[in-house]
Design a protein around this ligand. Sequence first.
Ligand code: AMP
Length: 132
Amino acid sequence: MATVFTKIIEGEIPCYKIAENNTHFAFLDINPIAKGHTLVVPKKEIDYIFDLPDDLLSETMVVAKKIAAAIDSSLSPIRTGIIVEGLEVPHAHIHLVPIYKPSQKFSLGHSVDISENEMQEIADKISAGVNI
Ligand code: AMP
């Protein structure tokens, strides 16, 4: 059965889209731990990130780097951190999490409250600066 991320990539489930190319898709995490929390997903459905072929793993990190640059310029965090966990959705992905203050909670399993309107505004801001 297709993963929830494949369904998003194929347009069966809505998302706050950030960017897409032939191999990757990025969108806002629906349970953001910070404003602008983004997921970068290789379209190829592989569960464990370290099972990705080397070239795809490298490309995933390069795509994440480009999207982090757009997050940094559009939302002005101190910097953008990354989390890789994959315990919930069995489809490899990188969490990009803007860090706005050193004391910010930086782990999955909680979320900040952001309205649907603001989620769309955030996605629009980030995606305006992305070129992958
Ligand atoms: P993990 O697999 O533990 O790295 O976490 C999976 C992440 O995917 C969680 O942060 C979820 O909030 C996120 N997620 C699950 N379903 C969706 C969805 N439909 N749209 C956006 N993010 C999602």
